[in-house]
Design a protein around this ligand. Structure first.
Ligand SMILES: NC(=O)c1ccc[n+]([C@@H]2O[C@H](COP(=O)([O-])OP(=O)(O)OC[C@H]3O[C@@H](n4cnc5c(N)ncnc54)[C@H](O)[C@@H]3O)[C@@H](O)[C@H]2O)c1
Length: 491
């Protein structure tokens, strides 16, 4: 089966991670001959046997199907890939360097490989998220390597940033909201439009632009999403103080067409391999330019604060010294439907609890092995075999990743296994009233459980009669003195 693209082409994809593997398999599905190259021999062995190196819905079936057609092949040889592909996609990692910049070692390694092996004209397409200007650097680097060989082949470079979401990656690739492509080479842009043609429609447009704008577009999208989340988190904490419920506020906000309903869920911080990293990289680019970025800086600071929220709330309830305490943690992946634990708030929480001496019993339907590998030998940390097993004799339950199966468990089952009664829901995923009815002490984020700390309107000072009020009465948000957590968060 394939997606019937018009002209089958020879393509190569560098990197068999989330973006590279999904791109390679989907491009093969569209009818192209694809060689996917990766630097990890173990990963390649797995892939050739039709086994995924990570969890991603639909990708396993697609991989096996496209291996059978022979249109998708895997190689460890950059030379073989560059020989095969007229169009070379770069989809390797761009992790954070020590100074916050995007670390471009993997990208430049691929550029070197391309320059060393190019047997004729080639078109290079960047799918990795890279700082503005990287496309030009890659072109320069390839030309330098060509020059070292005395070669001078035509070379076109484009940015075609990827917007897929882990857990929905295949669907996102094959049904993109838009395809962004940037280049100063009109023929390469036309070729990219043609490659994506079966996926495009009036509602799913191809947006051709210049190279730098396409590069920035990806960062702009990610920091916009991060900003929405951080603003909702801040509103959620405010809602707690004011005695309002952020879930009801979310409903009221999301139905405004200027705002829209997505990415409005308050929670205990965002993580993953993209949002925090791309936020840091964009701030770093701005710093090099000497541009102030107060908004971006605030998003980062706000998210760090949120990632520490559940730890602060555990300490508020159980004390700062957690030796002898057992804490159940539900969810280790940075979000549901993936086993990716990169920058997962759950891992930060587990480390923090372990440092305080707690025993941590964690369960994740998919990410247990990845978490064990990432956490290494962590005192007091153990994986449970099920969500309910994680609760055995625990003093508190902390939900960090909102896998839907957690919400399906009845409050009585939780109550029967927990030693304590505290349930901290870091994603507002559980049924608070049902848990409370089962005798548990439920606390979400931004839910109307806390007593309002701002006096009701009738108690506010009245403006003197006859004089119009110039400004609203000054309202200093009182800090709850009994709340260690407020003090910690404010600090
Ligand atoms: N993961 C996502 O949801 C997502 C979404 C959009 C964009 N992105 C961006 O796409 C890029 C890739 O992300 P990812 O999550 O797929 O990364 P990843 O770490 O999962 O995969 C990168 C792959 O590249 C391979 N690799 C490294 N150097 C190589 C080389 N020289 N030659 C061949 N292969 C090499 C690695 O072995 C690895 O398999 C990043 O820039 C990321 O920011 C990621």
């Amino acid at each position: 089966m394939n997606g019937s693209s018009s002209a089958p082409r020879h393509l190569a994809v560098f990197g068999a991670g989330y973006v590279g593997l999904v791109s390679a398999a989907c491009l093969a599905w569209l009818g192209h001959e694809v060689v996917c190259v990766d630097s990890q021999p173990r990963r390649l062995r797995q892939l050739r046997r039709g086994r995924l190196p990570f969890h991603e819905p639909l990708l396993g079936e697609l991989l096996q199907e496209q291996l059978r057609t022979g249109r998708l092949r895997f190689s460890s040889s950059a030379r073989a890939a560059v020989n095969h592909g007229d169009v070379l996609f770069i989809a390797v990692g761009t992790p954070t360097a020590a100074d916050g910049a995007a670390e471009l070692g993997q990208v430049m390694q691929v550029a070197d490989d391309i320059g060393r092996h190019m047997p004729g004209p080639r078109q290079v397409v960047m799918k990795s998220t890279v700082p503005v200007g990287t496309g030009e650097r890659v072109r320069q680097r390839i030309r330098e390597r060509l020059a070292q060989r005395g070669a001078c082949w035509a070379l076109a470079v484009a940015s075609n940033p990827e917007f897929l979401r882990e857990g929905l990656a295949v669907q996102d690739f094959l049904r993109p909201e838009r395809v962004v492509a940037g280049s100063d080479d009109a023929r390469l842009l036309e070729l990219l439009r043609e490659l994506h043609a079966p996926l495009l429609s009036a509602q799913r447009p191809f947006l051709a632009m210049d190279l730098r704008s396409a590069e920035l577009c990806k960062y702009a999208a990610n920091v916009m999403l991060a900003a929405r989340l951080s603003l909702m988190n801040e509103l959620a904490l405010l809602a707690e103080g004011l005695g309002a419920d952020i879930e009801q506020v979310r409903e009221g906000l999301g139905r405004d067409p200027r705002i829209g309903p997505l990415f409005l869920r308050a929670g205990c911080g965002f993580g993953g391999s993209c949002l925090p990293k791309d936020l840091r990289a964009l701030r770093h680019s701005a710093a090099i330019l000497g541009h102030a970025t107060p908004m971006l800086d605030a998003i980062a600071a706000s998210n760090e604060r949120m990632v520490g929220l559940l730890e602060a709330r555990v300490c508020e309830a159980l004390g700062e010294d957690l030796r002898g305490r057992c804490i159940a943690v539900w969810g280790l992946a940075f979000k549901p439907q993936t086993d990716d634990v990169r920058e997962s708030p759950a891992l930060a929480l587990v480390r923090a609890l372990s440092l305080r001496g707690a025993q941590v019993q964690a369960y994740d339907p998919m990410a247990g092995a990845a978490a064990l590998e990432a956490l290494g030998e962590l005192p007091g940390f153990q994986l449970a075999g099920s969500a309910l097993e994680a609760l055995q004799q625990a003093d508190a339950l902390l939900l960090v990743t909102d896998w839907p199966q957690f919400a399906a468990l009845p409050g009585e089952a939780l109550r029967a296994r927990l030693r304590g009664a505290l349930v901290l829901d870091g994603r507002n995923a559980l049924d608070g009233p049902q848990l409370a009815a089962a005798g548990l002490q439920y606390r979400g984020i931004g839910r109307a459980v806390a007593k309002a700390v701002v006096p009701p309107v009738e108690a506010w000072p009245q403006a003197p009669a006859g004089r119009p009020t110039q400004e609203a009465p000054a309202c200093a948000w009182p800090r709850r003195s009994d709340h260690a957590v407020s003090a910690r968060l404010a600090g």
